[in-house]
Design a protein around this ligand. Structure first.
Ligand SMILES: Cc1ncc(COP(=O)(O)O)c(C=O)c1O
Length: 377
């Protein structure tokens, strides 16, 4: 139950596609005209097509592949911001947003405002509106918090951003593949996502959707197999953002994972995961000495349920869940120090349980029994 870190198990179709990419279609994509190279190129195109279907963008070439959500966020943030720009973001952001911003603050004089978020995911939009300045270039929000599981109002934030001429960057690490995300409907200009969480692909994969009218400064320069006589990185997409030979086996797995999500339907995945979290919360809330974080019972949330047991170190709780009960959860600090500050878990961290589409009712029941026993210990 650590799907929020990386999903497991991966579907058989993902494993098969990865193996196939190293046997039948093992050429270098975009770098040759022989059959295996063309087949490799088709694998890359399939991944882009599945993602455009899932995430609601028209041109499959508007997605650039990366190694993870962190790399996508770095490309979006460092590729767009210039010295003196101002950014509005939230206190629930992952370090993959906060650290690049703090780096640019220190090295380029970028200014950053971090806004508070309620445990339910609500944000006071009027106070956000007051933060805009003439130099506000970007609004950044996680679509769902990796600590609380709450869902943030990205559509309302993107409307505010656009009213003030700013770009909306969404960190989709906890929603892409788990919760409906439609970039056009939500007004998202940049969407960073991992391939290895909700999309069910392997580790070492991720992507960034880039609105067709946005041009980012590439963070990596080099061979693309296109316009090879030119000294500059090409303008054409996705080549501009994908220097070097890609992770073909990884992207083949990512394509199969995204196809699996499209086949099942992301709403069905969300509904299943939500049901699992509701069973979990409705039982855990009766345990004496437990403090549950995030949205209340009945409210929307992704598959994340974090908690703290009175007088118990979360690391110890997680260790016992693993060693005594064979249940994998994550404990400690979840790469979101301001999020811990807001949820008063700065000194302790928290135990984070996260479910996936394959999580079964009996596994939830086993977890509830184990946490009840540990709370009494
Ligand atoms: C909200 C959020 N953003 C970013 C990341 C970073 O993702 P990755 O490990 O794929 O770089 C994570 C992963 O835990 C996350 O939960």
């Amino acid at each position: 139950m650590d799907h929020a870190a990386t999903s497991w198990p991966k579907p058989q179709s993902v494993l098969d596609a990865m193996m196939d990419s190293m046997t039948a279609a093992a050429g270098s994509p975009g770098r040759g005209t022989h059959s295996m190279s063309l087949q490799a190129g088709r694998t890359m195109n399939k991944a882009r097509l599945e993602l455009s279907k899932l995430l609601g963008f028209r041109n499959p070439n508007d997605v650039a592949f990366t190694q993870n959500a962190t790399m996508s966020l770095n490309l979006a943030i460092k590729g767009l911001l210039k010295p003196g720009d101002h950014v509005i973001t939230t206190m629930l952001e992952h370090n993959s947003v906060r650290r690049p911003l703090e780096f640019l603050k220190r090295t380029q004089g970028i200014e950053v405002d971090y806004v508070e978020v309620e445990p339910s995911g609500e944000i006071n939009l009027e106070s956000v509106a007051r933060l805009f300045r003439v130099n506000t270039k970007m609004v950044i929000a996680a679509h769902s918090s990796n600590l609380l599981g709450c869902i943030l109002p990205v559509e309302a934030l993107s409307q505010l951003a656009h009213q003030h001429g700013a770009v909306m960057l969404v960190d989709g690490a906890q929603t892409v593949g788990n919760y409906p995300v439609h970039v056009e409907k939500l007004g998202i200009d940049l969407l960073a996502f991992p391939g290895h969480k909700g999309l069910l692909g392997p580790q070492g994969t991720g992507g960034l959707y880039i609105h067709p009218e946005l041009q980012l400064e590439p963070q990596m320069h080099g061979g693309t197999g296109s316009q090879s006589d030119q000294p500059e990185q090409p303008d054409i997409r996705p080549d501009r953002y994908e220097a070097g030979t890609p992770n073909l086996p990884g992207i083949a797995g990512l394509a199969a994972g995204a196809a699996e999500i499209n086949r099942i339907g992301v709403e069905n995945i969300y509904n299943h995961e939500w049901k699992m979290t509701q069973t979990l919360i409705s039982n855990l809330q009766h345990i004496k000495g437990i403090r549950l974080l995030g949205p209340a019972l009945g409210q929307p949330r992704t598959g994340i349920v974090s908690f703290v047991l009175e007088n118990q170190d979360p690391a110890q709780t997680a260790f016992q869940l693993d060693r005594q009960y064979g249940i994998a959860v994550r404990a400690g600090y979840h790469c979101t120090p301001l999020g811990h500050e807001m949820s008063q878990t700065k000194d302790t961290g928290a135990v984070r349980v996260s479910v996936g589409y394959t999580t079964q009712e009996h596994e939830i029941e086993a977890l509830i029994r184990a946490v009840s026993a540990l709370a009494k210990a």
